[in-house]
Ligand binder design. Sequence first.
Ligand code: CA
Length: 344
Amino acid sequence: MRERQVHGAHAVDITPIVPPAGPIDSSDAPQEAGGSSGLGKVAAPSQESGGSPGPGEVAAPPAEAGGNRAADTRALTSGDVRLRYGFGTDVGLLRELNEDSFVAAEPVFAIADGMGGHEAGEVASSICVRTLAASGIPGSGYARVTVGDLEELIERADHAIRDEAGGDAGTTLTGVVLVEESAAPHWLFFNVGDSRAYRMSNDTFGQITVDHSEVQELVDTGQLTEEQARTHPRRNVVTRALGAGDDTEADFWLLPVEQGDRLLLCSDGLSGEVTDEQICGILSLAGDPQDACNELITAALGAGARDNVTVIVVDATSGGTAGSGAPAAPVRGFFAADGVDPTG
Ligand code: CA
């Protein structure tokens, strides 16, 4: 079990989040899914649910967004959840190209970190993000996405990258979709490779995803500490990727949305430069999700930014508080490393 602490004047007690029962085997519904229906299709949200804002609409945050998250531990019910999010990407200080791509368009948020020789990585990550963007999920509100849907989509992206690059280019893919499961909003996380998803929830902070990487395997067997893994010469070697290699299977996690949840998605350009403790500190202190993104990228740049850095921060705020007129988070964010409009 990971142990995480934050030091400093604003230290908070951090206990690790342990995802329930590990990755979901999609053929075997998780306990949380409730009942035998598991992750099957769920009903569309009712019109009056007032859940997530529709395309082109942004829920304004409550004044206390990002404030004290310890006060209320209740899980949100359907229609209660509003998302507020920020995002950013930076080529870093050493790379010539940014091979990361991302999509941040409610209810889906994802980062693809491309790899391969001479511009191959940017092609792979861009195809991946365009496949997600073309799926109809962005802007769809929430509820209608299942593990099976995502598996199909991920397979489609894998094939599209192979068709384009002939197996010479790969990409990670890490993301989360806000879904309805058992009449309650849930985060459905997915991961292939070593980009990461973290969650800060009440007084806990932890990595949700488990890296598919050589160093993670060494950590799992006790041959490396996490700190050693962060600086290990083979830290960039992934054991699963889309578009290349034999293992393209995604892991999934389904967690109930709790009020005050703050999610972070990032490429290894962040997690390879900035410790989890530093990340937790920044997420704890930054009020607005966009501020959190900016500060995380600044921290990576300050640490040398040897790789491209991409971050998305998503806050779940309670519903019914829209309309304050406060500055809104960007409605949608797409970035394809090859420069082709992912929504086109
Ligand atoms: Ca990278």
